[in-house]
Design a protein around this ligand. Structure first.
Ligand code: 5GP
Length: 177
């Protein structure tokens, strides 16, 4: 799943994983600092040196930089029979689509700019950061639309989660090549 910051990816994914025991959420590595109040397990928080060393050793399925910080997906270690869920930016999604199959790529879109900004502010991002996230989000949408199998507007959380669960079920029944 990709989408601009403030689209609600984290919340939606948490709900999906809670209700579907066969989904396995990958934990990314990042060099950014943990936000105040952010779960310690939200990421594996590492230094730039540690990140780059892991990248050099071929330890990531994909990695990218977002607003000057590194983010990467370690090779997934999901129990057999599980489907891996990645919450990554569009650059990362492009890499995954090249390397893995079958993949369902979902672009989650905030219902409005106001809603997106409210979510970004709500988690304590600075005004400057909110502005940069919104700007970057425009590019994410543009690039994401080209690769997405489904574009989902996150207006009503329950409806969004139901819709995504249906997309996942359909993909399980009929995986694309
Ligand atoms: P945040 O700092 O808000 O947690 O994440 C910033 C952006 O990085 C979001 O678009 C998020 O989806 C993306 N991101 C998080 N983990 C990864 C990852 O492992 N790989 C890539 N490419 N992007 C990631």
């Amino acid at each position: 799943m990709s989408g601009p910051g403030g689209a609600g990816k984290g919340t939606v994914i948490r709900r999906l994983v809670e209700r579907d025991p066969l989904l396995w959420l990958s934990r990314s590595w990042t060099t950014r600092a943990r936000r105040p109040g952010e779960d310690e397990g939200a990421y594996t928080f590492v230094t730039k040196d540690a990140f780059l060393e892991h990248a050099k050793a071929g330890g990531f399925l994909e990695w990218a930089t977002v607003l000057g910080e590194y983010y990467g997906t370690p090779y997934p270690d999901a129990p057999p029979g599980h489907d891996v869920v990645l919450e990554i930016d569009v650059q990362g999604a492009e890499q995954v689509l090249e390397r893995c199959s079958p993949v369902v790529c979902v672009l989650l879109v905030p219902p409005s700019r106001e809603d997106q900004e409210r979510r970004l502010r709500g988690r304590g991002d600075s005004e400057d950061h909110v502005g940069r996230r919104v700007e970057l989000g425009e590019l994410e949408l543009e690039r994401g639309r080209r690769i997405a199998d489904a574009i989902v507007v996150n207006d009503d959380l329950d409806e969004t989660v139901d819709g995504l669960a249906a997309i996942i079920e359909a993909a399980r029944r009929e995986p694309k090549g």
